[in-house]
Ligand binder design. Structure first.
Ligand code: ADP
Ligand code: MG
Length: 435
């Protein structure tokens, strides 16, 4: 008996199916409304029907349960509904096929609940909206269970989505170009011609240029809406200041900190070149560790340190011990300079103007750069403007450490100069005008 699934793949969908068939890991970047969710569901359905193994398991992972239920579940019922003997479990969003195969619609909202499953294949849809841990902590182990000697494609995963800045999805996109067993493809609206020109024109009117570039032309670099350092970072990138900046062993390394006890701690490593430009050579971020951990980290980096600079909250006294963080750090060999406290907006202004002095190492500081690019202000939907408040999220620690650098940095000559003991009476306020 022939079963006909009511699905005729578009050209772009055919390419997508081929890519998934030919690789274990695929990253597919695609414009809105191209038909990626329809293609994903049909791919899983075909593989589930044809899988010769006992009890095959396939999963479609959406960012939220509501997304899975509202969009993918309807598609799954529509396409799998044609198969005689198929059963749908509406509460668990699960479809059981007559050959014992099962397709599950899962959500990335609670990754811990997904631990312990095994999978023959899966698709992650709208990866840009998912927490970072889902693939490495949950899906990757689930896929390892069904890997097979001689079949490098068993236990596959397809990462699907539309760009949303330089986030996790962008990392997978980069990884796919560099790693064996991975492949990638990008479909822009101007290439697929799936959406009629009139539809695209209407979208252009309703969206900002950056939004349109992101949603329909798959741009990872279109500015994050409300990005605080977007313009300045783009300018130095265009000027070639994001490049390889190797550690210079003949110069000391300064560090700039944002210290979080429950939250993340971020450390930026710089070397000053001449009296005005700053090489940002390294970056470190970790959460849930105490000061001894960071003292060891500094040792392991092996740099010869100049100054360690931290925010004013170093003076906070720890509960219990009654000692300040600066005192504890001092005992561990980190002698912190405390950076003067400035209002947040003044610090942000200082950071913006400081960016043009900096050369960033494109590899060792890529995490820092991406977080600085994504650091943004809240958007107020009702008033259609960016509010002045800054979003506190995973990017804030990098941005706060950078603020420490911008506010606290001094030319090397100033740092080395002995402290002035008495007023300098020979100072001539007009001397500089004669230059
Ligand atoms: N092969 C196809 N033939 C006809 N219509 C399709 C096909 N694939 C998708 N569609 C339709 O295109 C629209 C967008 O599909 P969807 O998969 O939800 O897009 P995306 O996930 O890329 O935003 C839906 O209305 C869907 O029914
Ligand atoms: Mg979709």
């Amino acid at each position: 008996m022939d079963i006909v699934i009511p699905y005729t793949p578009r050209e772009m969908q055919q390419e997508l199916h081929q890519l998934i068939d030919n690789n274990r890991f695929t990253v597919i970047v695609c414009h809105r409304r191209a038909g990626k969710t329809v293609a994903a569901i049909n791919h899983l359905l075909r593989d589930a029907i044809l899988c010769p193994k006992p009890s095959p398991r396939y999963a479609y992972l959406a960012a939220t349960f509501t997304q899975a239920k509202r969009i993918a579940w309807d598609y799954l019922k529509q396409f799998a509904g044609e198969i005689p003997g198929v059963r749908f479990n509406e509460t668990e969003l699960r479809c059981d096929l007559p050959n014992g195969a099962r397709i599950m619609l899962l959500s990335a909202e609670n990754p811990d609940a997904l631990r312990g499953i095994y999978l023959d294949g899966c698709v992650m849809d709208e990866v840009a909206m998912m927490p970072e841990s889902v693939f490495p902590m949950v899906l990757r182990p689930a896929l390892a269970d069904r890997s097979e000697e001689g079949n490098p494609k068993a236990g596959y995963c397809c990462f699907l989505g539309t760009p949303a800045g330089h986030n996790l999805f962008f990392d997978y996109w980069k990884q796919a170009a560099e790693t064996d067993g991975w492949d990638r493809v990008m479909f822009k609206a101007s290439q697929t011609h799936i959406l009629p020109e009139s539809e695209l024109d209407a979208a252009r009117v309703a969206m900002s240029e950056d939004q349109y570039e992101q949603e329909f032309e798959c741009s990872f670099v279109a500015n994050t809406p409300g990005a605080i350092f977007g313009k300045e970072l783009q300018a130095i990138e265009e000027a070639g200041q994001v490049c390889r900046v190797p550690h210079d062993e003949t110069k000391k390394v300064d560090t700039w900190w944002d210290i979080g006890m429950a939250d993340a701690t971020s450390v930026i490593f710089t070397q000053t070149v001449g009296n005005s430009s700053v090489n940002v050579i390294d970056y470190f971020e970790m959460r849930g560790e105490g000061l001894p951990f960071y003292a060891r980290m500094l040792d392991q980096k092996g740099y010869l340190y100049g100054t360690h600079n931290g925010p004013h909250d170093l003076e906070v006294r720890e509960m219990g011990t009654g000692r300040s963080r600066r005192e504890i750090a001092y005992d561990l060999g980190i002698n912190f300079r405390v950076i003067p406290k400035l209002p947040l907006e003044d610090g942000i202004h200082a950071a913006k103007t400081f960016i043009k002095r900096c050369y960033f190492d494109s590899e060792a500081t890529s995490d820092l750069l991406e977080k600085l690019r994504l650091y943004h202000r809240k958007y107020d939907e009702k008033n259609r403007q960016f509010r002045t408040s800054v979003v506190h999220d995973f990017t804030s620690h990098a941005a706060d450490a950078y603020r420490s650098l911008a506010v606290g940095w001094k030319p090397r000559s100033d740092l080395n100069a002995p402290q002035q003991r008495s007023a300098d009476m020979s100072y001539n306020p007009l001397a500089s005008t004669s230059l």
